[in-house]
Design a protein around this ligand. Structure first.
Ligand code: C2E
Ligand code: CA
Ligand code: CA
Ligand code: CA
Length: 275
């Protein structure tokens, strides 16, 4: 037990104390990471199945921590979200992704993940307008990916923001489709351009008949609604074969390519690539 500033005793489990210290440390490091240029974007290609050409890339953030090495976004995005740091980090992501995409030798689209707190921040539309214009990137080449978490809160305002983005020409994808509770009602509430079928359905496909039936149903839904359907996390040729048979329009996954540093992506896009 220790005496805190207000003169009351507080009891900590030693393990919890250690966890909180680690978290505090990560938070302090993260506050410096932008200024120290420790973030990077990697790009994972998305392939259209009809013509076997790349149509776009998803930007995925990486944190090269001076002591810890590469930190996964799964280990810092949730904390960044909690403490509001996601807003400046997310702005950096949007600006960098637009700059990078403007330098690609082909007009592929670039997809950026926007998390709920960033979406709520009021600055999102202004940031996107400014990033596009600074980079000289047409709005039609930018896509934002949102999850159900964005749609859960303040629906009016969210829809207004989505419509403003749409009016600019920015496309909107529903990420991790099928993992939440109300994926279907969100499809009705907003006309997404693209549905990204969660990786869990793809990995279920080979051992559970249900996985394949679900993918078939989502692909059909996408077709009727005029939306692109992307299967995420495609790792094997067998998964690709089935996804194609079920009628998804696009795929993304290690089978096509892992997320690549910008230079490696440029090499892939250079003449002579299989895509
Ligand atoms: P997500 O948006 O669902 O991104 C897809 C994740 O699946 C990425 O993990 C990607 O590397 C991984 N992946 C792609 N293909 C395969 C595959 O074939 N097999 C397997 N096992 N994994 C595959 P990553 O890069 O670790 O990102 C994790 C999550 O962190 C993302 O999930 C997204 O929610 C979040 N995230 C990443 N970058 C950003 C960002 O810039 N902003 C925000 N707000 N969130 C981000
Ligand atoms: Ca995503
Ligand atoms: Ca996803
Ligand atoms: Ca995810």
């Amino acid at each position: 037990a220790k005496l805190d500033g207000r003169g009351t005793f507080r009891f900590f489990e030693p393990a919890m104390d250690a966890r909180m210290q680690a978290r505090r440390r990560l938070e302090l490091d993260m506050r410096q990471a932008l200024a120290r240029r420790e973030f990077q974007l990697h790009y994972q290609p998305q392939l259209n199945l009809a013509d076997e050409r790349l149509v776009g890339c998803e930007a995925l953030i990486r944190w090269r921590h001076p002591e810890r090495g590469l930190v996964s976004p799964l280990d810092f995005i949730p904390l960044a979200e909690e403490i509001g740091l996601i807003v400046p980090i997310g702005e950096w992501v949007i600006r960098q992704a637009c700059r990078d995409a403007a330098s690609w030798p082909r007009p592929l689209s670039v997809a950026v993940n926007v998390s709920p707190a960033q979406f709520k921040s009021d600055r999102l539309v202004e940031t996107i307008v400014s990033a596009l214009s600074h980079a000289g990137l047409p709005a039609s080449r930018l896509e934002i990916e949102i999850t159900e978490g964005v749609l859960l809160q303040d629906n009016e305002k969210t829809l207004h923001t989505l419509h403003r983005l749409r009016a600019l020409g920015v496309r909107v994808s529903m990420d991790d489709f099928g993992t939440g509770y109300s994926s279907l009602s969100y499809l009705r509430a907003f006309p997404f351009d693209k549905i990204k079928i969660d990786r869990s359905f793809v990995s279920d496909m080979e051992d559970k008949a249900d996985g394949e039936a679900i993918i078939r149903a989502i692909a059909g839904l996408g077709r009727s609604l005029g939306m692109t359907t992307v299967a995420e996390g495609v790792e094997t040729a067998e998964q690709l074969r089935r996804i194609r048979a079920e009628g998804c329009t696009d795929v993304q996954g290690y089978l096509i390519s892992k997320p690549l540093p910008p230079d490696d992506l440029l090499r892939l896009l250079a003449a002579g690539s299989p895509f």
